[in-house]
Design a protein around this ligand. Sequence first.
Ligand code: BEZ
Length: 304
Amino acid sequence: MELRHLRYFVAVAEEKSFSRAALRLHISQPPLSRQIRQLEEDLGMVLFVRASRPLALTRAGRFFYHHAVQLLASALELKTLTRRIGHPGRTLSVGLVTSTLYGLLPLILRRFRAALPQVAIRLQEMTPAEQGQALTDGIIDVGFGRLSDGNVRLQQRTLRQEPLMVAMTAHHPLAGAATLTLHDLQTETLLVYPQAPCPAFTGPQRQASPTSVVTPRHIVEVGGFQLALALVAAGEGITLIPECLQCLQRDEVIYRPLGEAHLFSPVVMSTRRLDPSDDIRLLLTLIYQLYDERNIPHIKPAAE
Ligand code: BEZ
């Protein structure tokens, strides 16, 4: 059995058709069918229910598919990592969600560049899901986001829990408060955006601790933090942002700390599990150094 057999099998399983898989693989159908038959003979198992339309996997086929996908991903990862090692004109490719660019990331990258001027840095905006795929495909080396999605192929480190701020108009009745609590926000319209920054209003923590969370009466989901802040300026409601976004000074919008220790926006760094790269190690060292320098509370795993 060769990697080629796995690629052919996965294409047929995903396309649910030999003819579509042949098109995807840019080969004709007879050799594809021959390769799949060879694979089945080698395994001594039938992998497809050929009579079904669309084509279905047998029980053995489903098991084989699950592992074949992982093996192909590992093979690609191995190729990418091996190519990268010892490559003189190296690049550090970084995937990021926009909000991390307003925090410490620019300074960390400046320090990285000063330490390793020969390494080019490439930045790409990506959602956490896109980062996961791009890491597996070898397109980026590291991703920064605000979500740890339990992807087993990745090493996801929560670097710190960034405090949240309440954004509101300057003449809002709560503008005079030094700090706000969820209780203060109970009658407000809260503008939230997908996946961030406040899991208590959008995700599992809400169900996990229903008694500890006071929920604002009106919650409106909007496309992202820039839109949320524009709507705050327009008097449509208030929003919660990670502390670093305070640097986005808009006329009419002010920020007050949210004094709820259990609500925060994590900063999550994702890398490939197998990645032994010195560049990643340096990046981590620079991040923790900066946290120490500025007395920023953070989470440093014992082994790093
Ligand atoms: C931070 O703000 O803590 C941070 C953001 C991006 C990368 C690393 C750290």
